[in-house]
Design a protein around this ligand. Structure first.
Ligand SMILES: NC(=O)c1ccc[n+]([C@@H]2O[C@H](COP(=O)([O-])OP(=O)(O)OC[C@H]3O[C@@H](n4cnc5c(N)ncnc54)[C@H](O)[C@@H]3O)[C@@H](O)[C@H]2O)c1
Length: 312
């Protein structure tokens, strides 16, 4: 246990909150999953069970699941915040909802509690306006699914104290995550800036008729993905040779997409309500029960990579 943190309250028992809960519970923390919706709390138990099944399927691992579930309490009562040492907010991504939540909850949590938000990109400084002690508040941005993806972005708001960043960092390390710190807020933090730079280029190439989306996905699965699972862009450049990288950058940067508007292909899918796996159709088709299959395959594949690369 680090910094005497024992009780962790996670608000929002959705996709992210449920997955984080099982991770902290597996690390020996007492976790309360709080949600305003009883249906969400019920569904969260099912989600945790499904996640655990994908991760572990032998008997000993079944016992581990029991221990994990013993460490998680499900609650729709706000009193659960009164003995929290650490709070993670993973509720809907709307500023007014987050403000309403923090207005109330930061007054209920003990003064010494560290408070964090898993916002995907809303301003932490803006969210902090509703937090009683903004110096004890910062961003803690996880990648989906948190119980498998080891990266955590820790983002400093204008008023966040350095000690708060330190506590969040140590806690993430304690559950075997790899935290990175942003000392200044930028839209999209680090991960989404890279992710969306790639998506922008990918959609530009498809719309220009250079390659189909299937082939672009292959470029990542069988080429760049392998590289980026092991190395970062600066390491790759050093290995490639900076003279070569300079010469390529000199002619290529001017040609890479700097599109400022959302591409037509994404706009059309959005207007049609084709949101991807969750609606059964997006860039690809996930009808006939393929959605669950695709999620299970993703988690299994991620697990294999995590096991190979990060587990001793
Ligand atoms: N899904 C992702 O890939 C992902 C990745 C990184 C960060 N995030 C961020 O994490 C947060 C949660 O995302 P998600 O995908 O888990 O959402 P979700 O829709 O699966 O879950 C959100 C939950 O919050 C609950 N909720 C809403 N208002 C509440 C309130 N006032 N108090 C308590 N509970 C409340 C809802 O009932 C719901 O169960 C968002 O800020 C999102 O941007 C999501």
């Amino acid at each position: 246990m680090v910094h005497n943190i024992k009780n962790i309250v996670i608000a929002g028992a959705g996709v992210m909150g449920s997955s984080m809960a099982q991770l902290f519970a597996a690390g020996g923390y007492q976790v309360t999953l709080y949600d305003i919706s009883d249906a969400a709390l019920y569904n969260s138990q099912r989600l945790i069970h499904v996640n655990q099944n994908v991760m572990h399927n032998d008997k000993t691992e079944g016992e581990k699941e029991e221990n994990i579930r013993e460490n998680i309490t499900f609650s729709s009562e706000k009193e659960c915040f009164s003995d929290a040492d650490f709070v993670i907010e993973a509720i809907v991504e709307k500023m007014e909802v987050k403000h309403g939540f923090w207005n109330e909850v930061s007054g209920l949590a003990p003064d010494k509690a560290v408070l964090t938000s898993n916002t995907s990109g809303l301003s932490l400084t803006e969210i902090a306006k509703a937090v009683k002690y903004p110096e004890r508040f910062c961003g803690m941005h996880w990648l989906n699914p948190p119980h498998i993806c080891p990266l955590v972005e820790i983002i400093k708001g204008e008023k966040t104290a350095p000690e708060t960043m330190g506590v969040v960092y140590d806690l993430a390390c304690d559950i075997h995550r790899y935290p990175v710190c942003l000392q200044k807020e930028v839209p999209g933090f680090l991960v989404n800036r890279f992710q969306f730079a790639i998506l922008r280029e990918a959609m530009s190439l498809v719309e220009a008729g250079v390659a189909c989306k299937e082939d672009i996905d292959k470029v990542f699965k069988y080429g760049l993905g392998l590289r980026y699972a092991c190395l970062g862009p600066f390491e790759i450049a050093d290995l490639g040779g900076l003279d070569t990288f300079y010469n390529i950058a000199d002619y290529l940067f001017a040609d890479i997409s700097n599109e400022k508007n959302v591409h037509k292909m994404l706009g059309q899918l959005y207007r049609d309500g084709d949101y991807g796996v969750k609606t059964g159709k997006g860039f690809y088709d996930y009808g006939n029960g393929r959605a669950e299959e695709v999620i299970a395959k993703r988690d299994k594949d991620f697990m294999k990579v995590v096991k190979c690369l990060y587990e001793e």
